[in-house]
Design a binder for this molecule. Sequence first.
Ligand SMILES: Cc1cc2nc3c(=O)[nH]c(=O)nc-3n(C[C@H](O)[C@H](O)[C@H](O)COP(=O)(O)OP(=O)(O)OC[C@H]3O[C@@H](n4cnc5c(N)ncnc54)[C@H](O)[C@@H]3O)c2cc1C
Length: 226
Amino acid sequence: MERVKILSLEFINPRLVHLILDYKKDFEAGQFAMLKHPDGNVKRAFSIASSPLDEHWEFIIRINEGGRFTPGLRNLKAGDELEVAGPYGHFVFQKEDRETLFIAGGAGISPMRSMVRYAHQEGIFRNSDYWLFYGVNVPGDFAFFDEFTTMDREVENFHFVPVVLEPPADWKGDTGFVMPAIEKRFGKDLSGKVAYICGPPPMVKAVREFLEEHNMPKEDIRFEQW
Ligand SMILES: Cc1cc2nc3c(=O)[nH]c(=O)nc-3n(C[C@H](O)[C@H](O)[C@H](O)COP(=O)(O)OP(=O)(O)OC[C@H]3O[C@@H](n4cnc5c(N)ncnc54)[C@H](O)[C@@H]3O)c2cc1C
């Protein structure tokens, strides 16, 4: 593993960290890295949340209370070091100009943000639309909310659909799980489109079943679950 410096470590909320390492190496959007504390022996996998064209490797990490790696992030700050190895993994963005649904649950936004950003920077989608459906429990759980909102406004064929399970009274967007939000936009026929899904296993399972029931062929449904 390589020892690298932390450029920035910010808490989006008490359980969600945006980590930026002073590190860059070639990878494909969707891949992950292994991280380890220099004094520890616990390594964990984290999807790279920045695009391969960005200057640094970024991560969105959910703190698992009682976990052996993530709570230790609370003791780190910019300038401290972590060990990193990678990239690894086969859940990667395939550069196809077909209407694409990126579907994220919670911290599962990490590889989706990498793919969406990369697709935008590279101008992959010329003749088709691409969508980001991003489900969280409460609005405070969103990462990169302003970035996706701005991109939705500025990029004509990109659409950001934030979905909140437990909405506060002033929430104006979609509520519940991501599936009704998808059905609201496309109805019951998703054939011809491609989907990438990342999130907790029950979410990924439910979304896969939903997509298959809506005529999306299995080979067009790509997913990663933690
Ligand atoms: C390919 C891949 C990509 C991933 N990308 C991300 C990402 O981008 N962001 C992200 O947040 N996560 C990601 N993960 C998940 C991440 O790798 C870790 O699994 C997760 O962060 C938990 O690590 P931990 O060491 O803190 O918890 P662990 O020590 O692994 O513990 C996990 C849970 O088990 C409980 N537990 C631990 N020990 C016990 C015990 N003895 N008895 C009962 N319960 C126990 C803990 O309370 C905790 O909630 C990814 C995983 C994979 C495989």
